[in-house]
Design a protein around this ligand. Structure first.
Ligand code: CDP
Length: 227
């Protein structure tokens, strides 16, 4: 039996998106990246000139926003369109400014509960690969297959640096990205609400030194083993 919900969690740039999207394609499941929702809220808060430290204002904004993920409308390397109140923010949510502020925004319990409710609704429909930080622990703890994907901070930063360079963004050095990855990991794993951690029944895969295909093959082996 194929598990109908696959939860993939892990630290920044651990390959969750690539592995999750590849797996969803193979299984013909919906791929849902919860990180885009936290990024979209952060983009909207910055766009409106909100002070990110104002928890009540950021939470109120989250509750009023309509975030949508749709099939890609353009062939510019995107996997999907991300719309925030109808505005295409697919690339804007990948900016260094959003990278710098998204983890503080993601600490707020009110922001999390608004987004978690939407994610859970989508996940419970099944045939889904959902990726994030708290999918196996909070959003969909009933997922029959939970993966926690890890890799060294240096390797993760190299992977993200290569992605950023491939998009033609020359504004960030490898060191900038490594610093952001480490700072987000620290905030994401220390927060009180839904911290980044492996669920007790998650299978931990360290992808340091492994190719995308090798990691997908490991997950596929786990699917075959499911009773
Ligand atoms: O792609 P990358 O791993 O760099 O990050 P992401 O998955 O797009 O997530 C961006 C940020 O959103 C994370 O650093 C977390 O602060 C937050 N996030 C979260 O708190 N919970 C989730 N389920 C997904 C993302």
């Amino acid at each position: 039996m194929k598990p109908t919900i696959i939860a993939i969690d892990g630290p920044a740039a651990s390959g969750k998106s690539t592995i999750g999207a590849g797996l969803a394609r193979k299984l013909d499941y919906l791929y849902f990246d919860t990180g885009v929702m936290y990024r979209a809220v952060t983009w909207a808060a910055l766009e409106q000139g909100l002070d990110i430290s104002q928890e009540a204002a950021v939470t109120k904004l989250t509750e009023s926003l309509s975030i949508d993920v749709k099939p890609p409308s353009q062939t510019d390397g995107r996997q999907y369109d991300v719309l925030c109140d109808g505005v295409d923010v697919t690339w804007a949510i990948r900016s260094p400014e959003v990278d710098a502020h998204v983890s503080p925004v993601s600490v707020y319990p009110g922001v999390r509960s608004a987004l978690t409710a939407q994610q859970r609704r989508i996940g419970l429909r099944g045939n889904v690969v959902m990726v994030g930080r708290d999918i196996g622990t909070v959003v969909l703890p009933e997922a029959p297959l939970k993966i926690y994907l890890d890799a060294s901070a240096e390797e993760r930063a190299w992977r993200r640096y290569a992605e950023v360079q491939a998009r033609g963004d020359r504004s960030q050095t490898y060191e900038d990205i490594l610093a952001n990855v480490k700072s987000r990991d620290a905030i994401d794993s220390r927060r009180a609400t839904a911290p980044l951690k492996a669920a007790p029944d998650a299978v931990i895969i360290d992808s340091t030194g492994l190719s995308i295909e090798e990691v997908i093959a490991q997950v596929e082996d786990l699917i075959v083993q499911e009773p």
